[in-house]
Ligand binder design. Structure first.
Ligand SMILES: C[S@@+](CC[C@H](N)C(=O)[O-])C[C@H]1O[C@@H](n2cnc3c(N)ncnc32)[C@H](O)[C@@H]1O
Length: 360
């Protein structure tokens, strides 16, 4: 038997039945296929969301459960269970402790994180792994009455806490935006491509089952030019090997994780990473672009070698002897052409000579 006192029972908010009408035109997609989901109703009550392929997702108290795959990886299921258990006072106490231990003002830190989204009233935003909403209300306040905020978490109890917090905020007139809550897996987001102006996540990435997929999903559901901000525990590289690192990792092994720089998708532009909260959390922010960087691969180099990025990479032949190369350099210099222009003309002329008409 453990000598430690048992954690307090989770104190969950009492939730009134939510109006189902808000789900009439479902903004959600099937997380397995991304096809449209239509509400299946029992009278006025939306019971399920379903698609033409026969996938159905339960809607309980107005909260769709769009978790995919249904059989979660063992450790992802364990994460969901742990947060379901912790939701409530235990989680709030843990958060307060974390900021106090790092001698950080949570209010300031979280407001600065949300600043990086560059939000404007009227935008549509997704928060992934929203937990009990310690960032969510800050995001909601910035969206005005015409904006909408989608709150996502793997843990239903966390979503219930978040809904309680945000509906109280709304009732007090501090948040006016449209609020939508659902349960799903960050690695399979139930939204069409480019649906959001901005996506935010803090604090759960290390526990996401398929992290690379989750990083790609954040980018996929963000529109071109939209903002992505996400962060989680890591001890900054310059603090590794110190006694300080050993102490924080001993307390919480999640601090052993590394910032997922290699998982940042190709489409990320103006990427920044910072280490915050006493150098123990990374925060990555970027603007979504398209594909790989759009360099001009055909811009001629200036100078004796000449050529372009493309010709230097794709135009390589088998090489020549050093003696031939020296002669070619001299001939090119005498002709006043760059090495690329001279070589291209000589090789083309000779190849066309040898191929005759078939070169046309
Ligand atoms: C440490 S809490 C952070 C909550 C909140 N963002 C905050 O800063 O207080 C991590 C959250 O991520 C959620 N989470 C963990 N794995 C997830 C997954 N695969 N998909 C979505 N949420 C997940 C947990 O349920 C939990 O609410």
């Amino acid at each position: 038997m453990a000598d430690w006192p048992l954690p307090p029972e989770p104190v969950l908010p009492t939730v009134d039945r939510f109006s189902m009408s808000e789900l009439e035109s479902s903004p959600y997609r099937c997380p397995a296929t991304l096809s449209a989901l239509a509400p299946g109703k029992d009278g006025d009550r939306i019971e399920v969301l379903r698609n033409d392929e026969g996938h159905t997702y339960a809607v309980e108290d107005g909260i769709p459960n769009l978790t995919h795959p249904r059989e979660l990886l063992e450790r992802v299921a364990a994460t969901a269970a742990a947060y379901n258990q912790m939701a409530g006072l235990a989680y709030e106490a843990a958060m307060e402790w974390q900021f106090a231990a790092a001698r950080e003002d949570e209010e300031t830190v979280r407001e600065k994180m949300v600043d990086l989204l560059h939000l404007m009233p009227g935008q549509r935003v997704l928060e992934i792994g929203c937990g009990s909403g310690r960032d969510s209300f800050r995001i909601g306040r910035r969206l005005g009455g015409s904006g909408s905020l989608f709150l996502q978490d793997l843990s239903r109890n966390m979503i219930l806490c978040c809904r309680e917090k945000l509906t109280t905020e709304a009732a007090e007139g501090k948040t006016a935006c449209d609020l939508r809550f659902h349960v799903s897996n960050a690695s399979y987001l139930p939204f069409e491509d480019g649906f959001f102006d901005a996506v935010f996540h803090f604090g759960g990435f290390n526990e996401f089952g398929d992290q690379r997929r989750a990083a790609n999903e954040m980018a996929r559901v963000t529109k071109l030019g939209g903002r992505v901000v996400f962060g989680d525990e890591t001890v900054a590289p310059w603090l590794r090997g110190t006694e300080f690192e050993k102490i924080v990792v001993n307390n919480n092994p999640l601090f052993k994780n590394r910032a997922p720089i290699r998982m940042i998708p190709h489409c990320a532009r103006e990427v920044a990473i910072r280490w915050i909260i006493g150098g123990c959390f990374y925060l990555i922010d970027y603007t979504k672009g398209e594909g790989l960087p759009d360099w001009d691969l055909d811009l001629p180099h200036r100078g004796r070698r000449g050529g372009t990025l493309r010709t230097r990479y794709f135009g390589n032949l088998e090489g020549v002897t050093l003696e031939t190369k020296q002669k070619a350099l001299e001939a090119a210099a005498r002709s006043g052409q760059s090495m690329h222009e001279w070589l291209d003309a000589v090789v083309r002329r000779e190849a066309e000579n040898q191929l005759g008409d078939s070169a046309e």
